[in-house]
Design a protein around this ligand. Sequence first.
Ligand code: NAD
Length: 369
Amino acid sequence: MSEPGFRFCDDLGPKTILHCHRPSIGLKAILVVDNVAAGPAIGGVRMAPDVTLEECFRLARAMTFKNAAAGLPHGGGKSVIFADPAMDRAQKEALVRAFACAIGPIGDYIAGPDMGTDETAMAWVKDEIGRSVGLPREVGGIPLDEIGATGFGVVAAAEVASDYAGLDLKGARVAVQGFGSVGRHAARFFAEKGAILVAASDSRGTVHDPAGLDVEALSIVKEHGDHVADLPQGEKLVGDAIVGVDCDIWIPAARPDVIRADNAGAVKAKLIVQGANIGVSEEAEAMLAERGVICVPDFIANAGGVICASVEYHGGTEAQAFQTIDEKIRANTAEVLDRAKRNDILPRTAAVAMAGERVRKAMGLRRWG
Ligand code: NAD
């Protein structure tokens, strides 16, 4: 086990690590298939110049837990292509197609979009090897960002968690940090439930109105390429001020670690539902729990996208995707919060235990685990 390639091995995986090198086209890529006990691994293809094997492995493991927690018949994997995603389109297409051919023989990995790749790239992968998820509508895809799959799941999680936090979504005051694919749609689905959006932010600033912001007007502002602070309504806040906004539910939907030990004390919300990946640090989650603030972990609350991808892969419709996201995220949120309450542990600890149990149970049913 002292060989460098085996340094990540533990009882769950990884099953396969593939290094791809095609000098003639400049392709350097790594695929990590972590665990396939529940079924073929689904995980994104990340394109960036500074990715590493370690990052790829950690992301693959995160997908093993996320897919297991979501109750999908899929294991976890991830791949990285060492390249600048802003390259010329023809060059990118050639590179992605070469990557697809290299991973083609690894039949238990299904590629999806991630940072630096998109639905068009997934169409190229499918064209080459016949499998990928997150496809354009024209080739049988369910465009998960366009329909708001992840934001929809975040609101389903929030509705279940509201009961545990003594809240009612109707009339609940919500703040959303990050008004992109996840945050914008979450705000829309919250509004449909009768919640009031009191603050929203993007990379340029925050707009705040305790009386409630016009969610549709905000979406139109973003569609025009402007920023939330360009909305004529409301007061404008700068920096991290949205963290301390007076509200009932706080939704991180942007960057990692936006709530940390040094600013967790400013949080006024009773409930945080994590749209962003690792939006709240583990230390902050523990501090918030001490104060009775419930945090629904990222891989429980933001699984809407991968659930949608799985429905797409199995030939389902958009309506089936919404129904599956709703059922799975509601059931998982309730199970995690029940376990946390019963055992007096953090929701994240409960979620990791739940996912680990599911992976190990599936491994027990397979010849090779
Ligand atoms: P996106 O790029 O569409 O939107 C991100 C938004 O965050 C933008 O509005 C941007 O302006 C804003 N932002 C960036 N820095 C900010 C800051 N410092 N303060 C406030 N806002 C800031 O990205 P997305 O797809 O909506 O993803 C958001 C998060 O959700 C990421 O952590 C992502 O990994 C996670 N996530 C996304 C999906 C999905 O389906 N898109 C699924 C699971 C998890």
